[in-house]
Design a protein around this ligand. Structure first.
Ligand SMILES: Cc1ncc(C[n+]2csc(CCOP(=O)(O)OP(=O)(O)O)c2C)c(N)n1
Ligand code: SF4
Ligand SMILES: [Mg+2]
Length: 288
């Protein structure tokens, strides 16, 4: 079945798991594209929220039978356990290369990668840039929590100046370790990118904005326009040594100063179809 046909047969509420509560109205259920496996993430970690958003999107576009997820190394290494779709585990940083192979082998598949910042912006930077430059028809969900969560809180390319990590115990210093890498800023000059946006996962309003951005990034692939990437400004309360609530506030009060949210590239719905490439301007992330 083609992706177009799959999209016509969108998953409905009837496809969702039945609730066990007969005497209450079910207003929210697990997306049909997700398993009932208990997640292993720490309290306050936004990986779980982003997983749910991915599941919602697969349901919304009716893509479950056509999706291949490419999972990373990092805290989300077991992401394949949480989705009902087919999935492949890539070596650290290699997810865009694996996704390229899957998509080129069977272009009827919807192919996404789910990657942390150590995975995507450090060891996998070459794969990321070249997949974007080639305009691969893949969708990347990029979880920027500013740290190597899984391996004990080492500095990532996205760690903030002054951020204390296990490899920068006095705080990151620009003179010796450089400035944080803005992945959206970096990729926005590449013509193969069809959609690029960054959103904080810090409030229900911003999560709604994330849904809007994810729809566009998915359409970039389904409409054969190029690579789509959404960067999620995410928490790691454990390695940041913060409470879950303080970690959320930290995103809004501090992280967004280094990583301004917004849409960087939109060739999916260009404002002016005759003006390509789109200027790489970050709009405010406050728009809903
Ligand atoms: C080739 C290779 N180098 C290093 C590692 C060790 N390693 C595993 S996860 C990880 C960091 C993951 O950080 P990130 O991608 O930001 O994910 P997070 O845990 O923060 O979600 C590292 C360095 C590895 N598994 N393979
Ligand atoms: S170490 Fe950080 S990124 Fe990993 S699961 Fe815990 S809170 Fe999430
Ligand atoms: Mg990380």
């Amino acid at each position: 079945m083609s992706i177009e046909m799959a999209m016509m047969g969108k998953a409905s509420a009837d496809d969702r798991p039945a609730t066990t509560c007969d005497d209450v109205e079910c207003v929210m259920a697990r997306p049909a594209s997700m398993t009932d496996k208990l997640m292993h993430y720490c309290p306050g970690c936004t990986h779980g929220i982003i997983h749910r958003l991915v599941g919602e999107m697969i349901d919304e576009f009716g893509l479950l039978d056509h999706t291949v997820g490419v999972c990373p190394v990092g805290c989300s290494v077991f992401a394949y356990e949480y989705f009902q779709c087919d999935a492949i585990e890539a070596s650290h940083g290699r997810a865009p290369a694996v996704a390229t192979a899957v998509k080129r082998t069977d272009s009827s598949r919807f192919v996404f990668t789910y990657q942390g910042d150590g995975d995507l912006a450090s060891i996998g930077m070459a794969e990321t840039i070249h997949a974007a430059a080639r305009g691969e028809r893949i969708t990347i969900f990029f979880v920027n929590n500013g740290i190597y969560g899984m391996t004990g809180g080492q500095m990532a390319p996205t760690s903030l100046i002054g951020q204390k990590t296990t490899t920068s115990p006095s705080g990151r210093i620009a003179e010796t370790t450089g400035m944080p890498i803005g992945v959206c800023e970096l990729l926005s000059s590449l013509k193969g990118v069809a959609y690029l946006a960054r959103v904080p996962i810090s409030s229900p309003k911003n999560i709604n904005t994330a849904r809007k951005y994810m729809r566009k990034a998915i359409r970039a692939q389904l409409e054969n326009k190029g690579l789509g990437l959404v960067e999620f400004l995410s928490t790691c309360p454990v390695q940041w040594a913060m409470s879950p609530i303080a970690a959320m506030k930290h995103i809004d009060n501090t992280v967004i100063k280094t990583f301004p949210p917004g849409v960087f590239v939109d060739r999916v719905d260009p404002v002016d179809a005759t003006s390509t490439p789109m200027p790489a301007v970050a709009h405010t992330g406050a728009e809903a």
